[in-house]
Design a protein around this ligand. Structure first.
Ligand SMILES: [Zn+2]
Length: 261
């Protein structure tokens, strides 16, 4: 690796970290973790892999800023770990098996899962009417509650998944390889739906003992809330972590025509 190349890459990483810090996209621990994941992706994968990761981070952060007030856009390290674990692990496998395509497909599938889920959630919050529960569509739920979906949100998720697949096909010179594009968009879209499904079935929901609201936090109105449904150890980060894996795994299955081994 050229000396200039290393300097340019480290400068870009530092600049983006500073930008995220200035705009309060991430808290300190999340910044540190993101820097490590970013460095892995940029130094092992290269620019294309890094640009796709950046696209997810930027679109996600900007949309969250637009939809919510500025403070709730601040991401913590469990959020970064849940979103970044599988893409980062794929990159480690890319380092071990540089001539294999599977790590790249897994990387794109897991990243697209998070990308389409984020876009879907934010568009749903911004445009959509009252969300309905994915597991029982007759039930209308509060905006922002996991497992709730809207038509606009689903459409947004589909468009995001397809755009991501199309863009990565151009950047990675797969130019309109239909197997590649279909594997990546379908895995991203399906896992963003499975994210809502798992959010509805597995994620812990509580009922506040003071105000009676259905919430996702253990503590509300200063009191410990009662567990209403789901598993106590499953929160939004756990669901994202599982969905991101599903995205990567499904992309590899589809791309290899189910001949994984
Ligand atoms: Zn309350």
């Amino acid at each position: 690796m050229m000396y200039e190349d290393i300097v340019v890459k480290i400068s870009v990483l530092l600049f983006i970290t500073l930008f995220a810090y200035k705009n309060r996209f991430l808290d300190t621990a999340a910044l540190f973790l993101s820097f490590i994941i970013g460095a892995l992706v940029l130094f092992i994968g290269g620019w294309v892999y890094f640009i796709l990761l950046l696209l997810f981070l930027l679109v996600g952060s900007l949309m969250t800023k637009l939809v919510n007030n500025s403070n709730s856009a601040l991401r913590s390290w469990p959020n970064v770990a849940a979103n970044g674990f599988w893409p980062a692990l794929s990159i480690v496998f890319l380092y071990i098996y540089p001539d294999k395509i599977t790590p790249t497909i897994f990387y794109l599938g897991s990243l697209n899962a998070m990308f389409s889920d984020t876009v879907s959630t934010e568009i749903g919050m911004y445009l959509g009417g009252r969300p309905r529960l994915i597991t029982s569509p007759k039930k209308v739920v509060e905006k922002g509650l996991s497992g709730g979906v809207t038509i606009d949100g689903l459409l947004g998720g589909f468009l995001a998944a397809f755009s991501f697949a199309y863009l990565s096909s151009i950047l990675l010179s797969f130019n309109w390889n239909s197997l590649f594009i279909h594997s990546i968009w379908l895995s991203g879209f399906v896992s963003s739906i499975s994210d809502s499904f798992l959010g509805s079935v597995l994620q812990a929901k509580y009922k506040c003992v003071v105000c009676g609201k259905i919430i996702e936090e253990k503590i509300h109105c200063g009191e410990r809330a009662n567990l209403l449904s789901g598993l106590e150890w499953v929160n939004n980060h756990t669901v994202n972590f599982i969905s991101s894996f599903i995205g990567g795994f499904l992309a590899v299955l589809l791309f290899n025509g189910f001949n994984v081994i």
